[in-house]
Design a protein around this ligand. Structure first.
Ligand code: ADP
Length: 750
């Protein structure tokens, strides 16, 4: 090979090598670039990671410091809380689910007076044991065992009620126990000694105040009673004075004394009743009584004042309602007297309507009675109505000032009705009238059934003509007579009655006082026109009708308002004996309790038999004189005893035929004296002497009380001459001389 060849070969080789080198260099370069890029990326990532690490680190740092801070705060809060718990006066402790003490503040621990055993870890049960053993608690009437049982029951109760613990030193701790999470128990002990003492002081003060109030009421009750005694003397003497020869002027004076005295007695009775209720001394004495009769008795007593004003008093007693119940008749009458009395007092014209309805309750042996008293009077202003049952609440205004009264009547009525578990209310429209009502539930008296059916009408009396100018009266009468099975025709006047009488009418029921033609004129006109039907007249003033010649034309004259029984009875008699009916007269059927004679009173036969011996036991000198004077015309032997002891002695020595016995007397009261006499009669086989109580209103107990004590009857003071005479006449033995033949001489031994 030539050199040139060699050279060119070499050049070629060198060229190839250079190319290769170039190529390799390019490759290297590319690789370097790639590496550079990679390195760049790596270093970027490192920077990033570093930054992240830094962030995490600083966050970590922050969290750490926050946790530290929080921990510090917790520690502070815990310290403060505990400090507070330590320093509060109330005891505070908490226990774990096993009842072991975890912690307690000094107040709580102080209950245990520094007992070393009382420390975290001690059990609640052990603490109770220590509390009793060491005499820390005063279990009072309970035993230590009993007390611990009670406390454990408290502890174990799911929602424990607060428990009060009395400590040895008289302090009172109230324990409140609450369950927390995981069975932890928190116990709070509050010292309530001051509150307890305060409450006790308050209770004591209240008890004293109530006792003082009761004592005052009792004082008032006693005083009222004491005032009554001389007042009875005043009224009694005035009554006696009125019976003597007096000039017109003197009679006016004596009447005024008597009327004022009686008015004062009414007031005293109110005060007495009220103070008795206030002093818790008023008791009810239930007994069987006739409600309808009781209402008519009340009405009868108030009728004179109603009549003076021309008021009609109407009683609407539910037809199907029984009339006999068991209740305190005296108190029910008192409420009725107050309500009807007020209605009459505050009504100038129109009527007063007493309505009674009832519903059987329970097993049908009791009746819920609903009584209302409606009037057409002055009414009560709406703002006054709400207070009307409060004490001393008279509706004070000019129109009312002219009415006298204590303002206690309704307050007493309310209390009495409350004592009977009833309610009382009023509805009123000024200028229109008032309606007072009360509701009481009373048992039926024996032999009464819840639904009583009225008697049937006598067969010949089928069609009845009712004549009355008052619509209320017509309606009530129509209902009553209709219920007997009669066909009823209603007329508002005598003239209308004359028009409608015809031949079909069997009986005429007429009002007395009607405008135009009154009942008596009507009966006369009927007879003149040739109508012979029996006429029964209902009059609120039968005494007045009695004096009219036309009276003889009436088949019956009845006092109005008429109890259903009386009306039915009168009509019944018409049906049975038509001839006797013409003279039937039930006017005198009195519903006022009187002393009925056990046997008919003998006709006066002067000087036949020995003198009647009367013993009167009465401690008050004035009352003795009144009593003596009331019997001054009587032919009797009268002896007085000044108290119960003297009464018993006089009963032995004097052998009276009749004894009048005051109830409240010194040494031995009337009931006790009677008991001694009754006992002696029984053991010695002596005849039973009639003993009649003389009582002041309400104080000496009620009728039942007196009768239970062996007395036979009672008279209330102020004594009335008529009542005494009636009593003497009805109770004297047959062999004695009639005491009141002719008023001649008085035999007294006082
Ligand atoms: P008072 O002894 O004054 O009658 P009450 O307690 O019975 O005492 O009545 C209180 C007051 O209630 C009466 O004074 C009267 O103002 C009012 N009042 C009671 N009943 C009626 C009535 N039927 N109509 C109008 N006012 C009445």
């Amino acid at each position: 090979m030539s050199l040139a060849e060699k050279l060119s070969e070499e050049r070629r080789a060198r060229l190839a090598a250079e190319r290769l080198l170039e190529q390799k260099q390019a490759e290297l370069h590319a690789a370097n670039r790639k590496l550079g890029r990679h390195a760049q990326q790596l270093s970027e990532e490192i920077v990033e990671t570093r930054a992240e690490v830094q962030t995490v680190r600083s966050e970590n740092q922050r969290y750490r410091s926050e946790i530290t801070e929080a921990n510090q705060k917790i520690a502070i809060a815990e310290r403060r809380l505990w400090l507070s718990i330590q320093s509060i006066q109330d005891g505070f402790a908490f226990f774990d689910a096993d009842g072991l003490l975890i912690a307690a503040n000094p107040a709580w621990l102080s209950i245990f007076e520094g007992l070393e055993e009382i420390a975290p870890g001690v059990s609640f049960v052990r603490m109770l044991q220590l509390a009793t053993e060491e005499g820390i608690v005063d279990p009072g009437t309970d035993t230590g065992d009993g007390w611990r049982r009670r406390m454990i029951a408290h502890w174990e109760s799911p929602v424990p009620e607060p428990e009060v613990v009395r400590l040895w030193n008289g302090q009172f701790i109230r324990l409140i126990t609450r369950r927390g999470h995981g069975g932890d128990v928190v116990n709070l002990a509050t010292n309530i000694t001051a509150t307890v003492r305060y409450e006790r002081r308050l209770q004591e003060a209240r008890r004293r105040a109530e006792a003082a109030s009761r004592a005052k009421s009792a004082f008032l009750a006693n005083m009222s009673h004491e005032i009554r005694t001389p007042m009875n003397g005043v009224v009694g003497m005035a009554e006696l004075l009125c019976d003597t020869e007096l000039s017109e002027e003197q009679k006016l004076y004596a009447d005024t004394i008597r009327n004022s005295g009686e008015a004062l007695l009414v007031i005293i009775n109110d005060v007495l009743d009220y103070s008795k209720i206030e002093a818790d001394r008023l008791e009810l004495h239930p007994a069987a009584f006739d409600l309808e009769r009781c209402i008519h008795e009340v009405v009868t007593l108030l009728l004179p004042s109603a009549r003076d004003k021309g008021l009609e008093v109407i009683v609407d007693y539910d037809l199907f309602l029984p009339t006999r119940f068991v209740g305190d008749q005296g108190r029910i009458r008192q409420v009725l007297t107050n309500l009807v009395g007020n209605a009459v007092k505050f009504t100038a014209r129109g009527h007063v309507l007493i309505r009674v309805v009832g519903l059987p309750v329970g097993d049908g042996q009791q009746v819920r009675l609903h009584l209302t008293v409606e009037d057409t009077g002055i009414g009560i202003a709406p703002d006054k109505v709400a207070h009307i049952f409060e004490e001393f609440r008279q509706v004070e205004d000019d129109r009312n000032r002219s009415f006298e009264g204590t303002g206690l009547g309704l307050a007493i009525s309310r209390r009495l009705i409350a004592l009977m578990q009833g309610e009382i209310w009023v509805d009123s429209e000024p200028g229109e009238g008032s309606a007072f009502g009360f509701r009481i539930t009373l048992p039926l008296a024996e032999g009464e059934s819840a639904a009583s059916t009225p008697v049937a009408l006598p067969a010949p009396l089928r069609r009845v003509l009712i004549v009355d100018d008052s619509e209320v009266n017509r309606t009530i009468l129509a209902r009553q007579i209709g219920a007997l099975g009669a066909e009823v025709t209603l007329c508002a006047s005598g003239a209308e009655a004359l028009d409608r009488i015809g031949s079909g009418i069997d009986l005429v029921l007429s009002d007395h006082n009607m405008p135009g033609m009154d009942g008596l004129e009507l009966v006369q006109a009927l007879r003149d026109a040739g109508h012979g039907q029996p006429v029964v007249m209902l009059s609120s003033n039968p005494g007045y009708a009695e004096m009219d010649p036309a009276r003889t034309l009436l088949a019956a004259l009845l006092q109005r308002p008429t109890p259903r029984k009386v009306l039915f009875h009168a009509i019944g008699r018409l049906g049975s004996t038509p001839s006797a009916a013409a003279s039937a007269d039930t006017r005198t059927a009195s519903h006022v309790p009187t002393f009925r004679s056990a046997r008919p009173t003998a006709a006066p036969e002067p000087a036949a038999g020995r003198l009647l011996r009367i013993l009167a036991a009465e401690d008050n000198a004035t009352n003795r004189i009144v009593f003596q004077k009331m019997l001054r015309d009587a032919q009797v032997e009268l002896q007085f005893a000044n108290d119960g002891v003297e009464a018993v002695t006089a009963w032995r020595a004097f052998r009276p035929d009749l004894i009048f016995m005051d109830i409240s007397m010194p040494r031995l009261d009337g009931k006790a004296a009677t008991a001694q006499i009754r006992a002696a009669e029984a053991t010695e086989g002596l005849a039973r002497v009639p003993i009649v109580a003389m009582t002041a209103h309400a104080v000496d107990g009620d009728e039942a009380d007196i009768l239970n004590a062996g007395l036979d009857a009672y008279l209330s003071k102020p004594l009335r001459r008529d009542a005494i005479r009636q009593c003497v006449e009805s109770r004297r033995p047959p062999e004695t001389a009639a005491p009141f033949p002719v008023p001649s001489r008085a035999t007294g031994a006082a």
